[in-house]
Ligand binder design. Structure first.
Ligand SMILES: Cc1cc2nc3c(=O)[nH]c(=O)nc-3n(C[C@H](O)[C@H](O)[C@H](O)COP(=O)(O)O)c2cc1C
Length: 210
């Protein structure tokens, strides 16, 4: 697999925003570019989970927060470190099969967005970009956070897996004796990096106990 230097990262309104911000922090430090899209529900999740807003969280990582249509910084591939897309921007490269050949991540992935992707409802840039990944046989990693799961959720996950997506639930292991929340975040973030093909190691001795 060629070295991955840019990803599409979509955030939707499921719990688990700390995983997303930890991942963005790791990618920014490594100069991996991000095409970022976020559903309007992410702000409410940030408020409930950390008493912040999406803009405040992005500013902690990138120095300031890009509005929809704005880019910040410079990544290793010469493109922006982060480029924020509005959800109605169907002219974005990610919305077209002839656009970005980069892997896509949906983290957190709500069961609503998961269901829309599973049934081909390309009603915004997130679901359209995911649809493009599936039809072009590009890597698509979905990180749902819900429990328990209904038959509808499970059938949608099976449909997506059969269509080529990777379902990576936000369920960290405890067999490596995590010392706190940051270790739990890093467990999942490492799995996501591996699945996206981003060659970064954030866990020391990773694999020894895997
Ligand atoms: C505080 C809060 C927590 C939520 N947590 C989850 C969750 O963990 N998983 C999930 O699938 N939906 C969760 N939801 C519901 C979604 O935000 C809702 O279904 C929304 O329509 C998803 O739309 P989106 O995928 O376009 O963001 C939560 C909503 C709120 C307000």
């Amino acid at each position: 697999m060629p070295r991955v230097t840019r990803i599409i990262h979509a955030m939707t309104g499921a719990s688990a925003t700390p995983y997303a911000f930890r991942l963005l922090e790791v990618l920014a430090k490594a100069k991996i570019g991000v095409e970022l899209m976020a559903s309007p529900n992410v702000d409410e999740l940030c408020r409930v989970e950390s008493g912040t807003t999406l803009a405040e969280e992005l500013a902690k990582i990138y120095g300031s927060a890009p509005a929809a249509g704005e880019s910040l910084g410079k990544a290793e591939d010469g493109g922006p470190l982060v480029r924020r897309h509005g959800l109605g921007d169907f002219a974005a490269a990610a919305a077209s099969g002839s656009g970005h050949e980069v892997p896509m991540l949906v983290l957190p992935c709500s069961t609503g967005t998961l269901g829309r992707i599973a049934t081909g409802v390309s009603d915004n840039l997130i679901t359209r970009a995911a649809d493009v990944c599936l039809k072009e046989r590009r890597r698509l990693v979905l990180v749902p956070r819900e429990t328990p799961l209904s038959a509808i959720h499970l059938e949608n996950m099976l449909t997506l897996t059969r269509a080529g997506a990777v379902i990576l639930p936000a369920s960290p292991g405890f067999y490596y004796q995590p010392g706190g929340i940051e270790d739990l975040l890093d467990f999942i973030v490492q799995r996501i990096l591996d699945q996206l093909g981003v060659r970064l190691r954030i866990l020391k001795g990773w694999g020894e106990n895997d």
